[in-house]
Design a protein around this ligand. Structure first.
Ligand SMILES: O=C(O)CCC(=O)C(=O)O
Ligand SMILES: [Mn+2]
Length: 210
């Protein structure tokens, strides 16, 4: 709990919502396009990705104990480059046809050619990803990260590392969300758990690995 110099409790700042389109924020930029993929296309991608992606339950060691990630994941790329994060190394799978179709459609908007993608399957509101930034050195200095969403709507939150300012956005079925500029160096993001959601959501975050 934050307190001021007199010991009074400072109420947490309310999160500001991100708007549709381009948003300039402190130390970065985000673009949100809610219906980037139409309903039919999105329904088809959801089913196909759910059935064809090689979803894995990864785990990490914490205080000597094996702890499962609270979601299933998969790493695909244009080569067999592995991806190391949170103390684990993910084996890469080569692009599949759905990923290539999605990638071809988002690249003109993002203005970059992506060479890898992290996929997350949130099986219910009990699955989540906690505060982190996508700032691994191999993503380069100001990475463009493009996130595509199918299935249940989940709340995506951003928190400025220094000011603690909070932003949030509901990432809906068929949406495209792009993070740009110096954002990853100043902000963390998360998808918190929620008791409201019982169904699945698939997220793909496209990246460029140098
Ligand atoms: O599911 C999301 O919207 C975020 C996923 C994410 O941040 C990541 O995979 O690095
Ligand atoms: Mn991330």
């Amino acid at each position: 709990m934050n307190k001021d110099i007199f010991g009074n409790i400072i109420p947490p700042k309310k999160s500001r919502s991100i708007c549709i389109g381009q948003n300039s924020i402190t130390n970065g930029e985000v673009i949100y396009l809610p219906k980037f993929f139409d309903k039919n296309e999105s329904d088809e991608f959801f089913v196909s990705l759910r059935n064809n992606i090689l979803w894995r339950q990864e785990s990490m060691k914490m205080y000597g104990k094996k702890v499962d990630f609270p979601r299933l994941t998969a790493w695909y790329s244009d080569s067999e480059r592995p991806y190391a994060f949170s103390g684990i190394t993910l084996k890469s799978n080569l692009w599949n046809h759905d990923i290539v179709a999605i990638k071809n459609k988002i690249e003109p908007k993002a203005g970059v050619v992506f060479n890898s993608v992290m996929l997350n399957l949130y099986r219910s509101g009990n699955d989540s990803i906690s505060w982190h930034s996508d700032s691994e050195p191999e993503f380069g200095r100001n990475p463009v990260i493009a996130s595509v969403n199918f299935g249940e709507t989940r709340t995506f939150q951003l928190r400025h590392i220094q000011t603690k300012e909070k932003l949030e956005i509901e990432l809906t079925h068929g949406s495209l969300f792009i993070m740009l500029g110096e954002l990853q160096h100043f902000w963390q993001h998360q998808v918190p758990k929620t008791t409201q959601i019982k169904k699945e959501r698939i997220n793909l975050t496209f990246r460029v690995i140098k």
